[in-house]
Design a protein around this ligand. Structure first.
Ligand code: PLP
Length: 406
């Protein structure tokens, strides 16, 4: 399906590469394709473009360029931060994180549990928020690192990063935040918030896939995760993805330019989409608190219908969205985020995430609103009677069982 026939409401999964970004990166694929570690100028001259990109991504989060380590993606950045926390503090064997993190964090922590590390997955409230008092109490003497996402990829709920950073500082424990979904949507300032590590991924920001970064605060203890050559000042081995870095730099520059106007525009489109769905389609409810929330994200449960069916019919209408559930070997895995918020299985399995971007239009929102009510009525007309259960809260649903949500 070509881009022109797609109505895209899945910008938290990935975003369209901005034309300016593509233009900026192409010379580094077509003409200037050398290896920056080479001694001759055809290769070595590329380092100035890498440093230029590093300065631009650093500016996006108000960091010093020397605090930026380029990686291959957000997942690598998350793994690297947690790994470093453990390796740099070998006598400490506990990790504190939340039950609603991305699989880049949760699955890595599950792996570490199997290696003998202790992990606390802090529960969240029904609106997706954190109990900071509980968070503070959960930091142990042997906590090596604390990791909480800046904004949730499924609900858009924003955590109070500055307050969490202050708690961690008072306990002398390093704090990592996965800001992959927050970048370009809300202001990120590592100095103001006082985080020690922060992950970003370029493909959520109108740059291509395969490039990310980890912010490492100056003087923070850091141990590399990918070990090999001495690229990134010995902090991440591997020949540099120069085109990706340049693209990320350009995307960061554009994000800074557009952030306030985009915030207002995306928010008003999102609010229209959300309020019209909630008012026009009976049996709908928003998942997650209204604020603080990313301006582009809305997660809605549609009572008595499976998300899978909704997505199928949306797809037939050329509409891309995603669910908090995925079909794995014939069985539906409800979203671990929604379960952790206390949603019943039925509600978690009937939830759809709509996420917008700079390229979303009012016409796209109107198109969605034209098709969605009919899709839900059709599916409800065919729903078996026993599926017509209610969506009230499930007090025990806390364990992070992962569904495929990006
Ligand atoms: N963290 C969050 C919150 C995400 O939403 C994602 C991707 O969806 C990632 C990490 C992983 O990023 P990447 O796809 O670059 O590995």
């Amino acid at each position: 399906m070509s881009q022109s026939s797609v109505y895209y409401f899945d910008s938290n999964a990935t975003t369209r590469v901005a034309p300016e970004v593509l233009e900026a990166m192409l010379p580094f694929l077509k003409e200037s394709w050398g290896n920056p570690s080479s001694a001759y100028s055809f290769g070595h001259d590329l380092t100035k473009h890498i440093e230029d990109a590093r300065a631009k991504v650093a500016a996006l989060i108000n960091a010093d360029p020397r605090e930026i380590v380029f990686t291959s993606c957000g997942t690598e950045s998350d793994n690297a931060a947690i790994h470093s926390g453990l390796v740099a503090n070998p006598e400490k064997r506990h990790i504190l994180t939340s039950a609603v993190e991305h699989s880049a964090n949760i699955k890595f922590c599950n792996f570490l549990q199997k290696q003998g590390y202790a992990v606390t997955f802090l529960p969240v409230e029904a609106d997706g928020s954190l109990d900071l008092h509980l968070l503070e109490k959960s930091i142990r003497r042997d906590t090596a690192i604390v990791s909480f996402m800046w904004a949730n990829n499924e609900t858009g709920v924003i955590f109070p990063i500055e307050e969490i950073a202050a708690i961690c500082r008072s306990k002398d424990v390093p704090f990592h935040t996965d800001a992959v979904q927050a970048a370009g949507k809300v202001k990120l300032d590592v100095k103001e918030t006082g985080v020690d590590f922060l992950s970003l991924s370029a493909h959520k920001l109108h740059a291509p896939k395969g490039i990310g970064l980890l912010y490492v605060k100056r003087r923070a203890k850091f141990h590399p995760y990918i070990i090999g050559g001495s690229q990134e000042r010995g902090r991440r081995g591997g020949t540099e993805n120069v085109a990706g870095m340049v693209a990320f730099g350009k995307a960061a520059e554009l994000a800074m330019e557009h952030i306030s106007e985009e915030n207002t525009r995306d928010r008003s489109l999102r609010d229209k989409l959300e309020s019209e769905i909630l008012s026009r389609i009976p049996g709908t409810i928003r998942n997650g608190g209204r604020e603080p929330r990313l301006p582009n994200t809305s997660n809605i449960a549609f009572e008595h219908v499976e998300a899978e069916g909704i997505l199928l019919l949306l797809d037939q209408a050329g509409i891309c969205a995603s669910s908090g559930s995925a079909c794995t070997t014939g069985s539906l895995d409800p979203s671990h985020v929604l379960l952790a918020m206390g949603c019943k299985n039925a509600r978690a399995r009937s939830s759809i995430r709509f996420s917008l971007s700079r390229y979303s239009t009012a016409a796209e929102v109107d198109y969605l609103l034209k098709h969605l009510p009919g899709i839900i009525s059709r599916l409800r007309a065919h729903a078996p009677v026993d599926d017509k259960t209610s969506h009230s809260a499930h007090p025990e649903a806390k364990a992070p069982t992962l569904a495929k949500v990006r």
